[in-house]
Design a protein. Sequence first.
Length: 200
Amino acid sequence: MSSQSRKYLLKARAEKQADTRRRIVEATAALHEEIGPVRTTVAEIARRAGVQRLTVYNNFPNEAELFDACGQHSMERNPPPDPSAALAIDNPVERLRAVLRPLYVWYRKNARATENLQRDRLVMPALDGVMRIRMDQQFAHLADALAAGFAPKGRSARRVRAAVGLALDFWTWRRLAADGMSDDDAASLMVGAVKAAAGD
């Protein structure tokens, strides 16, 4: 076999492998959105992806690897809003409002999948570990940046940071949405709560 033929075969094999992994990840992500990670079985992933169960295990030997691949896939397909432009706003109140409004719209658009993931992470350590890296750390940094804009000191700093963290939390939005609030009204309410924590 010529080196050219060997390169072609290796490339074709790599493309097939990548396609198989993609189908497994897409099937898993769809199931997570529909029924949640806890109820998702390898057998159903394999059926939807058109592969054998062993193929799923061979490509993703443990849950954490599959959850991480699904997280990357979801973030690429439907990333949360980029807060960069909002963080450049000088006024801390308007900066917070500019972060919350698009975030709440994103929460509404992705409510089903987000609720499934946030619920199931409580009983799935592998999922929780991936979400801590993929989501929690970014939200913690965002909350720190937003809270710092209010220039609080001492106990006030803790109150403001806690209020900002609460405002960014999915379950806060979920509760307000369940009470019939629009995303704009929910954002305004939480901006008011942070201002109150800051003593404004």
